[in-house]
Write a protein that binds this ligand. Structure first.
Ligand code: 48H
Length: 269
């Protein structure tokens, strides 16, 4: 016999559950914009230490470009030592050749998502970051709105956003590098035409080293960058459908953010 419930009880459970999560994160430790491989890895390592972590994703689902390997084929390929991050999740990868590994993308992504959720990170999906909060020379949060409104006719989109504060914001927006681009624009560091600011051509080895090397705090205090956004901002090569650099970049971002948070005394709001 299936438990009987009323329609309004179901509605109430959803509304209360979601509202409580949102209230808990209006002022949080870390906001990660983008839930691709880099953002998710960062979220996983941060949340499992008890650091309050909110992931914001404009898509209805999390995972970004991690669901497909390349050419729409769902195979995840990583090179050492990126495989260690996946194997830490309990997934044994197949060895293609020494140091190069493969697994089904849906296995890898679903496990990373599940472990990240178990760590305590929260996901705000179908939500896009439209701007940053910029105060006293640092990024102190993000301005968000429902993503679906961007698809509506202009005359009904005059809906003001809301803002969420964080000690650190991570730009994990992939190729767009949206948060860093916007923050640099506010600072007047350069006039950016987003269509022109691109990564270089493909060179896997150079691209992967460069992404990890340049992952970290940006010139804008409070803003850390990881993943493909690093290549976009620095104009370094692209790596194509290999993900070791994305995972290692996300892990490095988490280590840097941990140091910032543990070394910073913030007055709780
Ligand atoms: C909310 C946003 C916003 C916004 C973007 O693209 P991703 O998978 O990013 P990474 O860096 O974790 O991984 C990059 C990888 O997937 C890739 O593209 C590679 C390796 N390319 C190599 C090559 O040569 O092309 O995920 C970014 C996520 C996406 O889910 C976006 O929807 C989301 O960020 N996002 N979410 N507000 N303003 N902008």
């Amino acid at each position: 016999m299936i438990q009987k419930v009323s329609e309004s009880e179901v509605s109430r459970a959803i509304i209360e559950g979601f509202t409580q999560d949102l209230l808990d994160h209006t002022s949080t430790d870390v906001i990660i914009v983008g839930s691709g491989p880099a953002g998710l890895t960062a979220a996983h390592y941060l949340a499992k230490q008890g650091i309050r972590t909110l992931i914001i994703e404009r898509n209805i689902y999390a995972g970004g470009g991690f669901w497909q390997g390349g050419f729409l084929f769902p195979k995840t390929v990583v090179q050492a030592p990126g495989n260690e991050i996946i194997e830490e999740l309990g997934i044994q990868m197949d060895e293609v050749k020494p140091g190069l590994y493969i697994a089904d993308s849906f296995r890898v992504v679903s496990k990373l998502l599940s472990e990240t959720a178990e760590s305590g990170a929260k996901l705000l999906n179908s939500t896009y970051v439209d701007d940053v909060i910029f105060k006293d020379g640092r990024v102190t949060g993000v301005v968000v709105n429902w993503f679906p409104i961007t698809q509506m006719p202009k005359f009904i989109t005059c809906m003001d956003p809301i803002a969420l504060e964080a000690k650190v914001v991570i730009d994990a927006t992939g190729h767009d590098a949206f948060i860093s681009t916007r923050a640099r624009e506010i600072l007047g560091l350069e006039k950016i035409d987003p269509t022109k600011r691109r990564h270089g051509g493909m060179n896997i080895d150079e691209a992967e080293e460069a992404v990890v090397a340049h992952t970290g705090e940006t010139e804008i205090p409070g803003l850390v960058i990881c993943g493909m956004a690093v290549a976009t901002i620095n104009g370094t090569p692209r790596m194509g459908p290999i993900f070791g650099g994305m995972l290692l970049s996300g892990k490095k971002a988490a280590e840097i953010v941990t140091n910032i948070i543990k070394g910073t005394i913030i007055v709780e709001k």
